[in-house]
Design a protein around this ligand. Structure first.
Ligand code: MG
Ligand code: MG
Length: 265
């Protein structure tokens, strides 16, 4: 999920251990969802699979019951957003079909601490345009993570994501941004996917943030659907979303929502 409100993001060693555990739960569930995604499965089936796995791993879904700007709490464990949908899609009866691209956002809480991560993949074979968007969004996240270290500023991450994405001709969603994360799913600071290097809040050691570029093949403008949650591109163009929760260290970032010993998505 994307957002940003109050809270403290610098974590103690003990808190970081809980965040590592939450991150590993999210990483495992993501891997299982990737295996499950295929033509013919419904988004609701993916949601049930995720909830069962999260609970079996001793964690709780972060998003279920989450109150955002919508009057309706988010009803599901994962967000599933298809094609022109950007984020916050509600799982249900919709059947995934060959050539769709699907963005899945997963959050889990362990001992009161959240992990938050998202990926986009094609369902079966997708168009070259779709594959290129997905790969570019994954790399935009890597470009952002590569700028995350103690002493840098949020704007260094933002600028790296934006220049990478726009350099390839994509637009970067403005209205939804990355965020600090910890006891709350959304803490300060906001981590936009656009901005100026050297500006914005200072990154300190043991801060935990979620970086989550959303790239569109068309314009960056968004529309909110009538279900109160799903956000789509205003022009109907394709959108992809990747997110990792990271902890800032002296030398760089430790990705908490990648499977241990595995590099990124
Ligand atoms: Mg998020
Ligand atoms: Mg998320």
């Amino acid at each position: 999920m994307a957002g940003g409100k109050g809270g403290v993001t610098v974590k103690s060693a003990r808190e970081l251990e809980f965040m590592r555990r939450a991150g590993q739960v999210v990483a495992q569930v993501k891997a299982e969802l990737r295996e499950a995604i295929r033509p013919g499965i419904t988004t609701g089936e993916l949601d049930r699979l995720a909830e069962v796995r999260i609970r079996k791993l001793g964690a709780t879904p972060s998003f279920k019951g989450y109150k955002g700007v919508s009057s309706m709490p988010f009803p599901s464990t994962i967000c599933v957003s298809i094609n022109e949908e950007i984020v916050h899609g509600i799982p249900g009866d919709r059947i995934l079909k060959e050539g769709d691209i699907v963005s899945v956002d997963v959050g889990a809480v362990v001992e009161g601490f959240h992990g938050d991560s998202a990926f986009t993949m094609s369902v079966g074979d997708a168009s070259e345009e779709a594959d290129r968007l997905i790969e570019s969004t994954r790399k935009a996240l890597s470009a952002g993570i590569s700028q995350a270290k103690a002493g840098s500023r949020v704007g260094d991450i933002s600028a790296a994501v934006q220049s990478y994405a726009e350099g390839l001709g994509y637009s970067v969603v403005r209205q939804y941004v990355g965020h600090g994360i910890g006891r709350a799913l959304h803490e300060e600071p906001q981590v936009p996917n656009y901005g100026v290097a050297g500006r914005g809040p200072l990154l300190r050691e043991s801060m935990t943030i979620a970086i989550e570029p959303m790239l569109n093949t068309g314009g960056w403008e968004t529309v909110q659907l009538e279900d109160g949650w799903t956000v789509s591109t205003a022009d109907g163009s394709l959108s992809a979303h990747f997110e990792d929760t990271i902890v800032i260290t002296k030398n760089g970032a430790e990705v908490l929502t990648a499977l241990s010993g595995v590099e990124g998505e």
